[in-house]
Design a protein around this ligand. Structure first.
Ligand code: DGL
Length: 278
């Protein structure tokens, strides 16, 4: 197989409904500081977790077409479980020349490592309802009791935290509470963070958990997959400058958000908005 991005530094487009995909982008850039990255957030349609399946497929198709035409990436990372559990097959069919990497609930590694055999998957309501997610449970966690928890609020709370807005800690405690299950002496020991926004709250979740669990974040595995597909680094070994972040929404980013992005090596592109708001 020919490695992607041959002849120049590889360019990777990382896509999410909002800021959650930054948790995946961070891992990719840690592993591959040589590549060019572009971050694309469809905040005009946030949250994806509230969209119907047909609406979400159509929206991702629309935004992806703009992103791919504008940036000509070698590889696209769908850093969103809500989208990846639905849109990977149509995307691959539409762009057979491109490599796509999705982000899906890490139910398999959680089931492999759980000792209590009680695992929970914390996701958006959309991801929890997907056939794809149910198939992961059936195929990889048949001997575990898997509690699927659909949270309506956590992705928004994570966005607000990164934007420097006020968040209510009790709301986080309420949202994660159904993940903690006991069966006699046994209790949940793995909670899959099946929304890329949730690692942005991992410190608070750990502090609020009624007992210690391992929160399983698929981002490092996604980064390893990207690394494998890109092949060996080419060129100087370090990508130059800040990476652009684009938002489809029209609301002006807060100073806090600009700073948070800068700390991650990103700058908001003045090119936005890329796609019309709904
Ligand atoms: N970050 C997205 C995910 O991984 C979802 C957030 C949203 O509802 O838009 O599922």
């Amino acid at each position: 197989m020919t490695n992607v991005g041959e002849g120049r530094g590889a360019r990777v487009l990382v896509f999410d409904s909002g800021l959650g995909g930054l948790t995946v982008l961070d891992e990719i850039r840690k592993l591959r500081p040589d590549i060019e990255t572009v971050y694309l957030a469809d905040d005009a349609c946030f949250p994806y977790g509230a969209l119907g399946e047909a609406e979400l497929i159509a929206r991702v198709d629309e935004v992806m077409a703009l992103g791919i035409a504008k940036f000509a990436p070698d590889l696209v990372v769908v850093a969103c479980n809500t989208a990846s559990t639905l849109v990977m097959a149509p995307l691959r069919a539409s762009y057979p020349q491109l490599s796509f990497v999705g982000t899906v609930p890490a139910i398999k590694p959680a089931a492999q490592s759980s000792r209590s055999r009680l695992i929970s998957t914390l996701a958006t309501p959309g991801t929890v309802a997907r056939d794809y997610t149910k198939a992961l449970v059936r195929d990889f966690a048949g001997d575990c009791e898997v509690t699927l928890v659909g949270s309506r609020k956590l992705a928004g709370i994570a966005e607000r935290r990164l934007r420097g807005e006020r968040i209510v800690i009790d709301e986080i405690a309420e949202e994660i509470a159904p993940c903690f299950v006991t069966r006699g002496e046994r209790r949940t020991d793995r909670v899959v963070l099946a929304c890329t926004h949730f690692p942005l709250l991992a410190d608070l979740m750990a502090a609020l958990a009624p007992w210690p669990v391992e929160f399983v974040d698929p981002a490092p595995a996604v980064a390893r997959r990207v690394d494998a597909l890109l092949g060996a680094p080419r060129g100087s070994g370090l990508a130059a400058g800040l990476a652009p972040a684009l938002f489809t929404g029209r609301s002006a980013p807060s100073e806090e958000l600009r700073k948070a992005l800068l700390r991650r090596g990103l700058t908001i592109s003045s090119d936005a908005p890329l796609a019309a708001a709904r």
